[in-house]
Design a protein around this ligand. Structure first.
Ligand code: ATR
Length: 282
């Protein structure tokens, strides 16, 4: 049994700029309550110019936090300023989870974990695929490429509006990743078992061009990191084609698990009740 007294005064944060719309306090607040813990989890808005000071206060213990989550635009700086980033954060050059231990500041990146764990839950066996297609080349894309490669997916194809960015990522993440310009989309989607949108396409009612989902395997899975709306235009297109779709909310929920365990000493569960709670807040 976990002793809740250990967590008295344990306080964690999510730091970003802006931070108003973060759902992380809702997620961690739910788990704290569910486990009857005395910890706290709060939003902190910190401008880029003040981030180094925020980390200094965290390291010295002055701020009273045991750790926290880091979001846009601080993930790269969080990695640089941590004393002990792990291999995942080091390869990405970005961290989203920090914790203090023995006077040192540790850092990791749990976005890739959240991504694959969501698929493990929603589409068990998904990793038997040979070919994955990833759209985009931004920060969110990097952790997904890393996670797919680490899971041993044989062929990963990345396409991006700005081809050079896709090329750069393919070089960085290794042999199994191939970059293509957008024009090659139909060709690379042929026979693919997984399609991942890591771009902001479809967010907030944006128009999305028709994608060639008919070229994919009939049992293919389509997933999107955009979760507002929950069923994005890309997921809708995939569903119309009869493909399986997995929404991006699960990635957000699962990426939060390792941090909570570090700060509060309990590994929490992503429950249907938590999902409903967050959906009501979208
Ligand atoms: P993040 O770090 O959240 O992934 P980002 O670095 O701004 O954000 O990356 C956003 C991604 O969405 C990029 O791949 C971007 O393409 P470019 O590299 O060409 O900018 C992609 N993106 C954004 N809007 C897009 C649009 N309307 N059409 C196609 N791609 C788009």
């Amino acid at each position: 049994m976990h002793d809740s007294r250990e967590t008295i005064d344990r306080k964690a944060f999510v730091v970003g700029h802006p931070i108003k719309h973060s759902r992380s306090p809702l997620i961690h607040g739910y788990w704290l309550k569910q486990h009857g813990l005395d910890g706290q989890y709060e939003k902190v808005a910190v401008a880029p110019a003040d981030f180094a000071d925020f980390i200094t206060d965290l390291k010295t213990g002055r701020s009273g936090y045991c750790g926290g989550n880091v979001t846009i635009p601080h993930k790269e700086n969080a990695f640089s300023l941590a004393d002990s980033p792990d291999d995942l954060a080091s390869e990405l050059g970005a961290a989203n989870t920090l914790w203090r231990e023995d006077g040192r500041l540790f850092a990791t990146n749990t976005d890739g974990y959240g991504f694959v764990t969501n698929l493990d839950h929603e589409a068990p066996g998904w990793d038997a695929i040979d070919r994955a297609v990833v759209l985009g080349a931004g920060g969110a894309c990097r952790s997904i490429l890393q996670a797919l490669r680490n899971r041993g997916i044989k062929e990963i194809h990345i396409l991006n509006r700005t081809f050079e960015r896709a090329q750069e990522l393919a070089e960085r993440f290794g042999m199994t990743i191939h970059a293509h310009p957008m024009e090659a989309l139909g060709e690379v989607m042929s026979g693919a078992g997984l399609f991942v949108n890591t771009t902001s396409l479809g967010m907030d009612g944006q128009e999305v061009p028709a994608l060639p989902f008919d070229r994919m395997r009939p049992d293919a899975i389509v997933t999107d990191i955009v979760y507002v709306p929950l069923i994005t235009p890309i997921l809708e297109q995939a569903r119309k084609q009869g493909l399986r779709s997995v929404d991006g909310l699960g990635m957000l929920l699962h990426q939060a698990v390792p941090g909570f365990e570090k700060w509060f000493g309990v590994r929490p569960k992503v429950t249907a009740e938590l999902r409903t709670l967050v959906i009501e807040d979208l």
